[in-house]
Design a protein around this ligand. Structure first.
Ligand code: ZN
Length: 266
């Protein structure tokens, strides 16, 4: 029987520094594979080492998180994109990249996010790799919609292999599906209403599961006092999706894993 894939997590994060190997050993007993999403050049080396050490189990995508834009000089961005290109054999995708209007409020910095996003899309295209996209809106409902802006940029750049990680805008789901793109969901689906609606509406053939660990500890683990999420907990997401869609858990596991493996060609 097929095993689960954690399609998006951050094992390179310093939160796993003390016990990374144990966390991976636990995951290895239950999961098919893990895709770590490298988002900060400071963590790239740790991530690449994990890929080499756990070949065939840990895979990585690499990019620059839009939320970091204010800390990144244009030179650093160029250097990092070059570094990603140099290490293309160690990665299975570009990302996460995208637009984050929650952390970044300044219009000029949002413009820089867009430029970086476009460059990242073009890099993915040149390297024939899929894209992992992060989109987050700010609290102010009246300002520009980053979901719409990100989708317009992706369409304009004719991006084809796209995963919208933790996608949160039901109103734009049909447009995402019409473009042939995928979405992923995580433990937010255990509590978030909008994410519930999205999980119900998305065809299983376009859905992937993730933890985004160390962030977003699933409710049942939180109640036990666990403060850090880990790939093993992707099972809660699968269970919840099965419940929402009123289908068999095995079916969810089988199809979402298949989706991830086809998408990342792993
Ligand atoms: Zn993430």
């Amino acid at each position: 029987m097929e095993r689960l894939v954690d399609s998006h997590c951050h094992l390179e994060d310093p939160a796993f520094k003390a016990d990374r190997d144990e966390v991976i050993a636990r995951a290895k007993r239950a999961l098919d594979s893990i895709i770590i999403s490298l988002v900060d050049p400071a963590d790239f080396e740790v991530g690449f080492e994990l890929v080499s050490k756990y070949r065939g189990f840990v895979f990585a995508t690499a990019g620059l998180h839009p939320g970091l834009i204010e800390k990144l000089t244009d030179k650093k961005i160029e250097e990092t994109l070059e570094k990603i290109e140099e290490n293309k054999d160690l990665i299975v995708g570009i990302g996460e990249t995208g637009l984050d209007y929650n952390w970044v409020k300044k219009e000029s910095e949002r413009e820089r996010q867009k430029n970086l996003f476009i460059k990242s899309i073009q890099l993915a295209k040149n390297l024939d790799l899929p894209l992992v996209v992060h989109i987050r809106a700010g609290e102010d409902k009246k300002e520009n919609d980053p979901y719409l802006e990100a989708i317009e940029i992706l369409e304009k750049e004719s991006a084809k292999r796209v995963l919208l990680h933790m996608f949160g805008a039901k109103r734009l789901l049909q447009r995402v599906l019409d473009n042939g793109w995928y979405i992923s969901t995580n433990a937010i689906v255990l509590t978030g209403k909008e994410h519930n609606r999205i999980a119900r509406a998305v065809p299983l053939e376009r859905l992937m599961l993730e933890t985004d660990s160390p962030y977003l500890v699933p409710e049942p683990e939180k109640q036990k006092g666990i403060k850090r999420n880990e790939p093993l907990f992707v099972k809660y997401v699968a269970e919840r999706v099965a419940k929402i869609k009123e289908i068999n858990l095995d079916k969810v596991v089988e199809q979402t894993s298949k989706n991830s493996k086809l998408f990342f060609k792993i």
